[in-house]
Every structure is written in C-alpha cells, then in structure tokens.
Design a protein around this ligand. Sequence first.
Ligand code: P6P
Length: 336
Amino acid sequence: MHNTSTSVITIERFIMEQERLHPEATGELSNLLYDLCLAAKIISRHVRRAGLTDILGGSGTINVSGDLQQKLDMFANETVRHSVQHTGRICIMASEEDREPVPVPQDKPAGKYVLLYDPLDGSANIDVNVSIGTIFSIHKRVTPKHGTAAAKDCLQPGRKQVAAGYILYGSSTMLVYTTGQGVHGFTLDPTIGEFLLSHPDIRTPDGGKYYSVNESNWNKWTPAVQHVVAAFKNGDGPVQAKNARYIGSLVADVHRNLISGGIFLYPADARNPQGKLRLLYEAAPLALVVEQAGGAATDGKRPILDVIPGELHQKTPLVIGSKADVAFATAVFGAP
Ligand code: P6P
C-alpha cells in the first residue's frame, strides 16, 4: 500500500496534479485543502506536545453535545476557523464545537464552498495519550452567490460533498482525503513539516478481520444488533469470526478498518435512540471516504450519503467499513 516510487510527493504537489485533471477548476478547492493542511500541521504540533504544555484538561465549557470542551478541542476549533474563515474560499462553516454555523461576514471575501468539521474527535482520549482525529466535509453553497450564506448551505446530503477527509493524530499524523477520485493518504514528516504521499489510492478489503463496537452497550441494543455483533464475534454463515478492536476514537477505529478491513458500528440503543455520532461532520465525510475506497456506510437501513439532514448537529446510527460486512449487518437490521 505504501508508495513504492522513489519520488517524494507532497500533498501540495498531489493536489496541484489532481487539479490539472480538471481544466475548469479555479483552484479554490485546492487552496481550501491547503488551508486545512496548514491547520492540521498546527494542531498536530500541539497534540504531540499536549502533555508538556498547559493545554491538557477541560476548558470548563460545554459544547452543543453537552461534552466538556477540552482545551485542545477549543484550540483545534479556533485553528481550523482561523485557517479558512477569511481566505475567500468558503461562505459558511460549521463545527461540532459551535451551536450555530458561522457565515463569512458581508465585509469579508466569501467563496463558493461550505466547510463542516469536527475539530478534534475523541477528545476524551486526549489526556490519556490515545489517538484522536479531525474530520472535515466540504460542500458547494446552494444559496444565491451574493447573499449571506445560511444553514441551508450546511444541510446537504453526504452524496453532494465535493471533498471529505480526516487527520489522524496517531503513531504518526496522517491526512486521508477524497475529492471523488479515490482515497489518498499522506503521512506528516515533522522534520520537514510536509505531508508526503504514503498511501496512494487506498482500497479497503471487501471483508475484514476486525469488528469495532462498544460491547458495554449490549443490554441497550435491539435483538437484531445483538445478533449481528454475535455473528462478528463467533462467525455466522457467510460472516467469518472477527477480532474485536475498539479504541473509542472514531477516526482511529475507522482508519484501522479502512486499511486492514473490518466494520465499525455505533448503532442506536436505549440511551441513544438516534445513535451517538453526528451525521454532517462525522458520519457523512467518513462515509464518502470509505465508499470511495470500495467500502460502505449505512445508518442500519440506507446509505449514510443519501440521508437528508434536518438539523446541523443531527445524530445517526453508523455502520461503516468493508462492503460485505456492512451488507450483512444492514440486511439483518432491515429484515422484517
Ligand atoms: P463510546 C468519542 O467521544 C466519540 O465521539 C467517537 O470518537 C467514538 O467513536 C465514540 O464517541 C465512542 O463512544 O460511547 O463507545 O465511548
């Protein structure tokens, strides 16, 4: 999977070469992706040093999900915002950490793109040095060009995304993204401050060796969910028994299964009847990446990318990963 060619390709060069494939491209999307790369490098530098500076721990504030906001959450949120908000590439942005979307003010340059993001997912893991991630989703605006952008620009189905991806702050920092032309992974070389192409054209195995789910929720699940998880645990018919791997950090769990094959599930349960994870800036961008890599993602009934959002912080059940595993689970969930 690793880049075997001797040439070193930076993400900037890769994006430029991808842009050349589209003569109609204006470069705005490329520049927005560069802006996100810069934000990723800055966040990575702070994540790598979080134990050494006064940036760990709670900030004392609560986000819209009711989560205690960690200082690094807030830092990541502001870093992404400052990297893109007045560059003229976007017209509105929305974050897990902010109750409302933030349109670009009338006196600032506004572009044709919409950015939705989870600045630092898995933040409960920050203080214990477990992998965390940033997730981003990019749409084109749908409101008239010269007006102020609105929530309607954010509430689009995942199928409409023009780009999506994530940054994983793991044993190394990786940026994985798609613009609909396959999925490509870049590893940050901190000695030169560049993301280098390390995983060109990622393809996820059809059936995977891992299943990832929080089994402490067993008694809150429906019998169908219990049946599916038992099948992954013990094997059942076409499904081979799998190894359990659950980090509790969405980006890390989804990335491992993307590369090695497997399925991640966060189903609805008695405590989270709509599921726990967020549609617009968690499930939908990850679903685009995984589908582009040959996998699948559903809410247990239909493709995540086809779900029409009703509100910004809408939750959804999520079943994502290797195509055969997702098909098995979705068939059981959808069975009468
Ligand atoms: P649980 C982290 O808080 C997160 O939002 C995702 O990163 C992760 O997949 C999920 O919640 C873990 O939730 O209920 O298993 O702790």
